[in-house]
Design a protein around this ligand. Structure first.
Ligand code: SF4
Length: 387
């Protein structure tokens, strides 16, 4: 893979392969390798990597799977993501996974962890709780204990001992990964026409199903390719898309927003890949503590975090200013409680800062984008004419 077209095509195939064939092939090469599926938003993938595992992001079935059993497991008034994932679990899609982590983001995901347990999917099904207390001596200690439980789960399967050295090496690899992703966002901030938001999405999402070493190689190539001028700048506005941190928006919707005259210069899709802002210390005698400290001090903002001291609305406005964005598109999954409950406060901050915004909701399998395209197009025109 050397051209951008080849990279994007490969990434798209891997990112949307609901059978995770690439990850399963990786596992088949060594008996001590384990596959750990995790749901949005974030888990410290470094610890799985150090234990000879691959943490695979399960971001939902999108519009690529017919949901039959999933609808029987959940009431109609919840988001779509858990139905698609339980459907995948009850079919054969997740069969070779060794375990699953369910980050504590909402009741739907918590209930899904129980369904996996009852269905005996994988050898462990762990509800992974984040601390909501940011005192390292309280929340920090709790978080390190949570991480240790995951390491114990994996050890019971493959017997691989995680050393300080292995952990530091894994941390360095994921630091590199985030640095390269940030580099891509920085180049796109200045030259968004060089790589569309949809192509960026495919490249990042592929990274959730392959090893970090492979992903870093791909990202290095992409950074090199987009440093060269290509494409034509358009008379588009620049927007931040906020609220899609869990259930992922359909690709057709992202295309519609772009075609309606909006460059998406930042977003919260697959936020776990960019959760820690900056580096985790990668040369310490206590790497788990380093991971905890990074979580405490360097986490981005999202609706699953209690943020009284550092409100999300203000951070969103700051992000928009830093990205030189003209406006915000609030775009959350239908029935996504965390995103929709946060939205009014965030809108209030945008109003106070004079930052225009619109909002709509989606399902991961939405197929009709005409209304969204019209809304985004009107937003773009109104900013160009009157802002
Ligand atoms: S989309 Fe929202 S409500 Fe649904 S599982 Fe994710 S966080 Fe929970």
């Amino acid at each position: 893979m050397s051209s951008m077209e080849e990279i994007i095509k490969w990434c798209e195939e891997v990112a949307f392969d609901l059978n995770f064939s690439h990850a399963k092939k990786w596992k088949a090469q060594d008996k001590t390798r384990v596959l750990v599926g995790y749901l949005p938003i974030y888990i410290p993938r470094e610890v799985i990597h150090a234990a000879n595992g691959l943490a695979v992001g399960i971001m939902g079935a999108g519009d690529r799977k017919q949901i039959i059993k999933g609808d029987a497991y959940y009431q109609s008034y919840i988001c779509h993501l858990p139905r698609g994932i339980i459907e995948m679990a009850l079919d054969t899609n997740l069969n070779e996974f060794d375990g699953f982590l369910f980050p504590a983001i909402c009741d739907c995901v918590r209930n899904l962890s129980g369904m996996f347990k009852l269905s005996k999917k994988g050898r462990f099904q762990r509800y992974f709780d984040y601390p909501q207390n940011f005192d390292p001596k309280i929340g920090g200690v709790f978080y390190m204990e949570e991480i240790q439980k995951v390491l114990d789960d994996v050890y019971k399967i493959n017997g691989v001992t995680v050393t300080i050295d292995k952990l530091n090496k894994s941390i360095a690899l994921f630091n590199k990964n985030r640095e390269l992703i940030e580099k891509i966002y920085s180049i796109r901030q200045e030259f968004p026409w060089r790589l569309s938001a949809v192509d960026t999405y495919h490249i990042l999402r592929a990274g959730l199903c392959i090893t970090v070493e492979e992903h870093n190689e791909i990202l290095e190539k992409v950074v090199k390719l987009i440093q060269v001028e290509q494409g034509e700048p358009m008379d588009n506005i620049r927007v931040i898309v906020s609220g899609s941190f869990c259930e992922q928006p359909p690709i057709g919707m992202l295309k519609s927003i772009e075609m309606a005259g909006c460059y998406i210069v930042d977003d919260d899709f697959m936020l776990g890949s960019r959760w820690i802002i900056g580096d985790v210390a990668d040369n310490t005698h206590d790497p788990i503590k380093a991971i905890m400290e990074a979580y405490m001090d360097k986490s981005t903002f999202a609706s699953c975090i209690y943020d009284v001291g550092n409100p999300k609305g203000k951070r969103l406005v700051k992000q928009a200013r830093e990205r030189n964005a003209d406006g915000v598109i609030f775009c959350a999954a239908s029935f996504c409680d965390p995103a929709l409950l946060d939205r009014p406060e965030m809108q209030k901050e945008c109003d106070a800062a004079g930052l225009p915004h619109i909002n709509f909701q989606f399902h991961e399998n939405t197929g009709q984008f005409k209304v969204i395209k019209e809304q985004a197009g009107t937003f773009s025109d109104s900013i160009k004419l009157w802002a």
